[in-house]
Each structure stands twice: as C-alpha cells, then as structure tokens.
Design a protein around this ligand. Structure first.
Ligand code: GLY
Length: 383
C-alpha cells in the first residue's frame, strides 16, 4: 500500500466496515449467520434445517461470525464485539455433543472462535475447545494415503477416501495445537497432508483440483472430482483461493520453502486469470453464460496475496499486492453498505451447481474484513 489514493481508500473502507458492523452486530447478536433472507441474517443455531446432520449448528461456516467479532474487537477496542464472539463460541459446544455430524471443517469453526478467544484472553476453557477440535481433526488422518478425510458420507456416496483442497485452511488448527502443547504429532499430520496435496491436487499450470479421491485402504489416487466447480478438471475459484492462502498459512507456521513456492504457483495462475474488471467467476473454466460470479473467492485470494507480499522482498511485493487491491476494490464496488442488508459482500456463490448464486455468504464478509485490516497492518491473525 504505497500511493495516497490507496491509503485514502483504505481509510474510507475501514470506516464503512466499522459503521456497518456497529449496528449489524447488535441486530444479529444471538445468531450464527450464514446468509441473508430478504436482507436479514439467517441463523444456523438450529438443528438440521434440511435434514442433513451438518446443516445446522454443525454447519462449516459457523466460526466466521465469531471471527468477525474478534476482528472488530481488535480494530475498535469495543467490548461488545468480544461479548458477541463469546455467545457463538458457547453455542458451538453443542457440536461436540452431537459429534457424529462433525467433519474436517473444525478448523474453520474453532480457530476464529475458541482459539481466537484463547489467543486474546488466555481463557483456559477456550484452549480446551481448540485442542478438542484439533484432536477430532487429527483423528481424520488416513495413514495409507497421507491425507485428512474431508466429509462423512454424502448422499449415500462412500467418502472414506475423499480429501478436498479447502482442508488446507483447516490444518492451521493442527499447527496451533502443536505450537500450544509442544506435541509434534499435530504438525506432523498437517505437513503430511500438505505434502500430499502438493503431489496430488496442484496441477502443472498452478490450478488445483477441488476433490481427490484416494483408495482409503492402500492410499492410491482413484480419481478426481469437480466438486463445487463446473466439472471435473475445471478450476473452482474459491478452491484456488483456499489453496493459495492455505499454502501460505502452512508456510507461515512451518517455514518450509515448498509451501511458499506452491502458494506462489497457485497465485500466479490466479492472477493470470483475473478478468479485466477484477470480478471473479465461480469457475475460471465455466462457460461464458451464465455469468456466475463469486466475490468470496476474490476476498480469500486477496488475503493470500497480501500474505505472499509480506513474505517476499523488494519489487516482488507489488506483484502480489496490486492484484490484491484490484480484487478488493472490485468487490467493494458491489457491496451493500446500507441498512437494507445485514451483509456487506452480496455476490457470493455456494457452488457452481447450487442455487445460491449472487447471494451474501458470511465468509465473504469475514475475509473482506481480514483483507482490509491486513492491509492496514497491526491486524489480529486468527489462523
Ligand atoms: N469449504 C467449502 C466452501 O468453500 O464452500
């Protein structure tokens, strides 16, 4: 962030975020939002809205609201945000009791809630929750294939051998658990998973598969799946973003050069595919029509690019920082800063073949905040 315009822009967008979250936080104080319905936050603090055990309180995005509150608490110093973060952290305890529905997304759920709380307040109960979640994640490791199993059974599919790129963002929970306890097992599992992802997910052009299916008994690769992207072999943009930013986090926690190299490879592919207007499609290889877009992919990628820019020196920094700012400015122009919606980022997509397109999704707001506060510096790092 060098030019005066960028600094002014950063100040202005921070003010808009602060103004919006001031009232939205009060309005949604007792909720755990995922999306909006008619502009109002929904609430995932419920059991099984669609009959899927993981759809309610165990829904994978349920840590982001708490995480937004911790980011706002750090940014403003206001205690109300800490209080609201605490409410959703306690609500998530029900997940541990309903263990059978839990999946690999325990990193997304407990890093921005309990581990954040522990990092800020040293609350021992929050530490316990974080370590409990880390043990659940470690328990999903498949020794034969060297990967972490993603989901439980999906629509009668046998997913015992399924791993997904998104998990690169769950494994920081394992790095934290090793850093916290001094026990290397968690970090060993995380690094083995990351090494497997380099070998089996990252393609020669720097794009990544969403799903790789392994034989759960002998560990061999069976096939790949298109997952939330357009089709097998395509390039789901949020998946590219999870890979880009996820490998950066593995690098930050371990210092292993191969993780920085991989984050850069994915970043170069992503940057080369950013359209002229900066608006990111759901899949870089989707048909021209319909024009499905995903601003959540843009803000996640921006966070990863900013982290790469911090890890490199001199002129190389610009290579990552400029596209990050371009992505964020394109998203900002499409945000809702008014009181008509509880959400800021409006044009997210759950998946290419899903009905939720051009809609608000909570992690769009979370990563927008994270990216803006990262650019400002002195941010609270939750992963
Ligand atoms: N981790 C699932 C998604 O990004 O939709």
């Amino acid at each position: 962030m060098s030019t005066i315009t960028d600094q002014e822009w950063l100040q202005a967008i921070t003010q808009k975020i602060t103004r919006k979250l001031d009232w939205v936080s009060e309005k949604s104080k007792y909720k755990i939002p995922y999306t909006t319905i008619g502009g109002t936050h929904d609430d995932r603090n419920i059991d099984n809205p669609t009959g899927d055990a993981a759809d309610g309180i165990q829904w994978w995005t349920n840590g982001f609201w708490g995480g937004m509150m911790w980011l706002m608490h750090h940014e403003t110093g206001e205690n109300k945000y800490k209080e609201i973060a605490g409410i959703s952290e306690e609500l998530l305890d029900r997940c541990f009791q309903q263990f059978a529905g839990l999946h690999h997304d325990v990193g997304f759920m407990w890093l921005p809630t309990s581990v954040a709380n522990y990092r800020v307040t040293r609350n021992p109960q929050s530490r316990n929750r974080g370590l409990h979640a880390a043990n659940l994640l470690a328990g999903r490791f498949n020794l034969a294939g060297g990967f972490i199993r993603a989901w439980n059974e999906v629509e009668n599919l046998d997913t015992r051998g399924w791993a997904i790129i998104d998990c690169m963002f769950n494994i920081p929970l394992l790095y934290w658990a090793s850093e916290e306890t001094g026990d290397p097992r968690f970090k060993q599992i995380a690094m083995k998973h990351a090494d497997t992802v380099i070998e089996t997910f990252v393609r020669p052009d720097g794009s990544v598969n969403h799903i790789v299916e392994f034989d759960p008994f002998d560990g061999g690769v069976v096939r790949t799946h298109g997952g939330q992207g357009y089709e097998n072999g395509s390039s789901w943009t949020r998946g590219q973003a999870w890979g880009l930013y996820g490998f950066m986090m593995s690098y930050i926690h371990t210092g292993k050069p191969a993780y920085l190299d991989t984050a850069k490879r994915i970043a170069h592919y992503f940057i080369a595919n950013i359209p002229a207007d900066g608006v990111i499609p759901v899949d870089f290889r989707q048909p021209e029509e319909p024009k499905l877009e995903d601003d959540t992919a843009a803000v996640i990628a921006a966070c990863g690019l900013i982290e790469i820019s911090k890890a490199v020196g001199g002129l190389e920094k610009k290579l990552y920082l400029e596209p990050a700012v371009k992505l964020l400015q394109a998203v900002e122009a499409r945000c809702d800063w008014s009181e008509a919606s509880d959400a800021i980022v409006q044009r997210g997509s759950a998946a290419y073949h899903n009905a939720l397109h051009h809609g608000a999704i909570i992690y769009g707001d979370y990563y927008l905040l994270e990216a803006v506060f990262k650019l400002k510096g002195g941010d609270l790092y939750l992963w």
